[in-house]
Design a binder for this molecule. Sequence first.
Ligand code: IPE
Ligand code: IPE
Ligand code: MG
Length: 255
Amino acid sequence: MSTTAPSQINDQPPRHVAIVMDGNGRWANQRHLPRVEGHRAGAKSVRMVVEESRRLGIRYLTLFAFSTENWQRPAEEVGALMGLFAQYLEHELTLMLKNDVRLRAIGDLARLPEAVRRSLCATMQKTERANGLDLILAISYGGREELTSACKSIASDVVQGKLNPDQITNQCIRDHLYAPDVPDPDLLIRTSDEYRISNFLLWQLAYSEIVVTPVLWPDFNKQEYMACLEAYNKRNRRFGLTSEQIEEARARACP
Ligand code: IPE
Ligand code: IPE
Ligand code: MG
């Protein structure tokens, strides 16, 4: 699947939105609350982006919920976050089914506590036939780890004689990622004014449009989400081509 075709022009809502949900700790600090209260408050923003994405016909939504590096946070915060994930999954199942949302997960799920893994698997199983929106939770996820795991699996195919090194193409690497069928994000949103990738979707973000907002994740509401989508609509995606080439492709697509 080519995700960088010049004919892909953004007068449509993005097909895939990815979000780094950042700023929960700062939100709590500003209110003199424990950090976990910021994580708890972030759940309503998750519900909003899921519902709005579904309503707008966005087909894939990837949410960065917990990174490989986040395992190094204080045990108390990690434990509280794990509890919130399990709670969220149980709580949102009905809404996911009602909204035709399929839950998926990317990351090193083996590191998750048993209870979270069980809730995750159960929710993924119960929603597997939904096809309105794929909600992809990046949990215990690291982009470098994803690429390392792809390299290992490709190397093992080569050693077993199933793959020739000449066959290691971009497509082959993509095929070994956690969710190979998911197209690259068109739009990456990061909240709380941080201008970095933080080990998210390193391969997949190659040509994504990036929108950073100062709003902290628990305050990210429908209006803010619409503003990010509007900013995306104004971007001119060129994929390495010239503006003239893009215009020609656009004219050919809609004569
Ligand atoms: C994002 O909020 C949630 C996770 C990383 C799990 P933070 O907890 O990083 O919030 P800040 O960046 O400290 O404000
Ligand atoms: C990125 O946020 C990870 C998630 C939102 C889950 P962080 O808060 O962990 O990122 P850094 O540490 O500011 O780069
Ligand atoms: Mg942060």
